[in-house]
Design a binder for this molecule. Structure first.
Ligand code: SF4
Length: 192
């Protein structure tokens, strides 16, 4: 079971396979992992199990909550592990890659819980309007999810030092419209 894995100079934490989306482009639909790591979890690791995997974390450029699912499904674990990292490796950057639906999943604003613990949040956008978003990402929360993701980006700006909006490079996605929306939201834009 792959709980943590290294790609380049980054250490990735694989907390869950659960996700509120079923994106048409999701790598989970096509293979069992990335970089030679099998990322399907038999069971979700505890905070203790994750921390037990850490060696000298200061050697990594970043620690990233990512994996084969939506990490903020387990926001309490993200908070606890991030606090451990801030306490023991204050110079190491901590990032969360997310679909931006945590406030729908938890029925309330979870972002203040990440304040002071997360340095960077990268939020998948993948569309510039609600209809297209639902067509591509197939959220459990339906067409309303796009508005919630945009609000999540706005709320994240209040508490996380660096907010990135990302889109997948695909002929099915209007990259320029997404770039314009990121510009309106005054956040960094990345194509991945
Ligand atoms: S949000 Fe990420 S993990 Fe979830 S379905 Fe989309 S690409 Fe896959």
């Amino acid at each position: 079971m792959t709980i943590t894995y290294q790609l380049g100079d980054k250490l990735y934490i694989n907390l869950t396979n659960r996700c509120s989306n079923d994106c048409k482009f999701c790598v989970r639909n096509f293979k069992d992992g990335v970089g030679g790591y099998d990322l399907w979890l038999e069971e979700e690791p505890s905070v203790t199990e994750v921390i037990a995997e850490f060696d000298d974390v200061s050697k990594y450029g970043e620690v990233v909550f990512c994996g084969y699912g939506e990490p903020l499904t387990r926001v309490a674990a993200v908070v606890e592990i991030s606090q451990y990292l801030q306490d023991n490796y204050p110079d190491t950057l901590v990032r969360v890659n997310t679909n931006g639906q945590a406030n729908l999943i938890h029925r309330g604003n979870i972002l203040p819980r990440l304040q002071g613990k997360i340095d960077i949040i990268s939020i998948s956008l993948n569309a510039s309007n609600a209809t297209k978003y639902q067509e591509i990402c197939q959220s459990d929360f339906g067409v309303e999810s796009f508005t919630a993701v945009v609000d999540f980006i706005k709320q994240a700006k209040k508490v996380i030092p660096k907010v990135i909006v990302s889109v997948v490079s695909s002929s099915n996605i209007d990259l320029e419209a997404c770039r314009d929306l990121a510009s309106q939201l005054e956040v960094e834009f990345r194509i991945r």
